[in-house]
Design a protein around this ligand. Structure first.
Ligand SMILES: Nc1ncnc2c1ncn2[C@@H]1O[C@H](COP(=O)(O)OP(=O)(O)OP(=O)(O)O)[C@@H](O)[C@H]1O
Ligand SMILES: [Mg+2]
Length: 279
């Protein structure tokens, strides 16, 4: 299963219909070992539905979903239906659906930086801790394919970066393929090999940088999303005037950018992006 040429899962023209409504249609995508594919798109655009087709939780009404025989998957769902009023320790939670030893639970928690939470109560976990426990549960069985539906929900900005770093690390150390759903467009830039943008169908796809420049993507998310994606590529903040001069934040003019130091302000279109609000 470690052959990077193997497609762990492949959707071909896949779509799901409920009654007369198509939830999503015509999705083509595949995930190979060591690859991170990110699904983005507005609310209700079919991201979770697509992930469920890849997992086999939903059967395509058209097209097909093909998984490698014997594929082991780890899944962090968008929503959990657990009665949090009941006492449930982290290690019991990890063993609800997996036959794991305490040592295996501890190892998985340590991999997600949550080793000290083994005996904690699930209902007392902070948002970021819960996501780390969920990730630990997903990786505990050494999956070939990891499907993460909004893995940073409820996590603060610093925690978000830490979790995306962790996901990249898991990809490198475990070699699994990752299908990730994200609203955090600015962080998609850092982690994904390929982005598939959904809007009831595949709106556009490509490398994060290709997608950020795609007219369909820009129409869907607006110019602000482009600025958010661009921030990892080019972080500068000054105004280039039509005559080629550069106007700094303090109003002074110079004939060119001062080398790599971008200590001045871009007005339009490259607004300085506040990362904490860019998602
Ligand atoms: N079982 C269902 N029956 C009918 N409609 C459904 C069902 N599940 C999802 N839908 C609808 O299908 C559309 C796609 O839902 P989906 O959960 O895939 O969106 P999403 O892109 O994951 O959205 P979000 O960003 O809000 O998580 C939505 O309009 C949703 O209301
Ligand atoms: Mg969803």
């Amino acid at each position: 299963m470690t052959d990077p040429q193997t497609q762990l899962v492949k959707l071909e023209g896949a779509g799901v219909r409920k009654g007369a409504e198509w939830l999503v249609r015509g999705v083509d995508l595949s995930v190979s070992p060591g690859e991170i594919i990110t699904l983005i798109g507005p609310n209700g655009s079919g991201k979770s539905t697509t992930a469920k087709m890849a997992l086999g939780i939903l059967t395509p009404s058209e097209g097909r979903a093909v998984r490698v025989p014997g594929l082991k998957v780890g899944y962090v769902p968008q929503k959990l239906t657990i009665d949090w009023t009941l006492p449930l320790s982290v290690h019991r939670f990890l063993r609800l659906t997996n036959h794991l030893s305490v040592a295996e639970c501890t190892k998985a928690l340590e991999q997600t930086g949550a080793g000290r939470l083994l005996n904690a109560e699930m209902r007392n976990l902070s948002g970021g801790e819960l996501q780390r426990v969920m990730l630990a549960r997903a990786i505990a069985r050494n999956p070939d394919l990891l499907v993460l539906d909004e893995p940073v929900q409820g996590v603060d900005y610093a925690g978000e970066i830490a979790i995306y770093d962790l996901i990249s690390e898991i990809r490198s150390t475990m070699g699994c393929g990752i299908l990730m759903i994200s609203h955090d467009l600015h962080v998609v830039m850092a982690a994904a090999d390929q982005v598939v943008c959904l809007n009831g169908h595949v709106c556009c796809r490509g490398t994060p940088s290709d997608v950020s420049k795609d007219a369909n993507y820009q129409a869907l998310f607006g110019a602000r999303a482009g600025a958010a994606l661009a921030v990892y590529e080019h972080h500068h903040d000054h105004v280039h005037l039509p005559d080629g001069q550069v106007r700094h934040a303090d109003g002074t003019l110079c004939s060119a950018c001062p080398g790599e130091h971008h200590d001045h302000v871009h007005d339009e279109p490259h607004k300085q992006t506040d990362l904490s609000n860019a998602g």
